[in-house]
Design a protein around this ligand. Sequence first.
Ligand code: BGC
Length: 444
Amino acid sequence: MQVRHPETRWDWNKIEVDTIDFPPGFQWGVATSSHQVEGNCNNNWSRWEGGFKADGNPRIHNGDRSTIACDHWNRYEEDIALIKALGVGVYRFSVEWSKIEPEAGNFDDSAIQHYRDVCLALKAAGITPVVTLHHFTNPLWFEDMGAFENEENIRYFVRFSQRVFDSLKDHVAIWCTINEPAVYTSQGYFNGVWPPGKQNPQLAGEVMKNLLVAHTRVYEALKSSADGKNYQVGIVKNVFPFDPYNRWNPLDWFVCSILDGVFNQGALDYFQTGKFSFSMPGMDKVKYINKSGLGTLDFIGLNNYSHQRVKSRLNSKEFFRFEFYPDEEMTDMFYPIYPEAIYRSIKRVKDIDVPIIITENGIADKKDDRRRRYIERYLYAVSKAIKEGADIRGYYYWSLMDNFEWSEGYEMKFGLYEVDFTTQVRTLREGSKQYMDIVARFSQ
Ligand code: BGC
């Protein structure tokens, strides 16, 4: 039986994906994050990785641990050559706070020098560095003082950010403050499957609020330097549209609207209206209206991978489940290929009225039998949004190479390059050539 989908669906049999168009100067790039690729981290994640869930299973799929990951810390020159070979002009990476400030107030100059060297090597290869200051990981000392649970701790993140900015700003013009505050919050404080493994909606609301305030404080600090206007500072927001399983079930719609508020709209409101609120059934509302997010974005980084389909349940312990229709083609992650999601997400962040950079989009596809189609269809959706007026400045594919996919360990293969984790050999995947072809077509 053909299921009627309640959400926007395009007829891909009628779409010609090569009718795409991208403006001159569009930034084509690839992205990674420190903990996922560098190796030898000693942070909240490395400590979390060794542990077990309540049911006795390891917290990380297969009991994997990040350990040396892609050894990118030592192999960055080789990896920059791989970036260049793709034809892209931007590399988005994150700096590892735990390596730069292993103890509170004690900065390791050699770690900072490492990132300067990375920037120099990128420049020599003609690739623009885009730096993320926080991508899910915290130094242990910061984690142990409650990290972003306490508003007073934000100053440590501001101090660190200022230090990194001062050390790298002669090489870096585009800065992402915090990667996906809602993912950090929901996984660490609501689902409890990432560190610190708490399940406390009230605290989740506090953390989310503090991450947004942290963004604003870092924005203000970096932009207040004498040459602040020369730098673009933005946050990276993951948007996942939530769609009901049963369009005739009001409870499915209701749960979608709650999840959307917490995961998507809360942060968007903060930047659009200056107000933040967070509420879930059975908790007090966390409201934060004093500190305005208005005017604290030079751009918004948008990460989108797919949508979620929500089936409500009359069960107070688990009041919904994600469940997809049989005709939805899945990625290796727990969500399908649904290119319309990126288009719908762009339409939402567009209302903030700042330029958009797609800071992440990509597919986990071990068999490499869907990557090509994913790339051409999602880029079709991005191009369509641009044609309809969205101010999108760039697109960074996630990820340059296979890497440590958080609680999914090494099982998920997001890389344009396949990595053999015993030999560290990187090999270009066939499906990635679609990205290279599109990049070549729209780069002068
Ligand atoms: C994160 C990445 C992650 C990717 C794929 C994003 O939510 O920023 O760190 O690897 O999604 O799941």
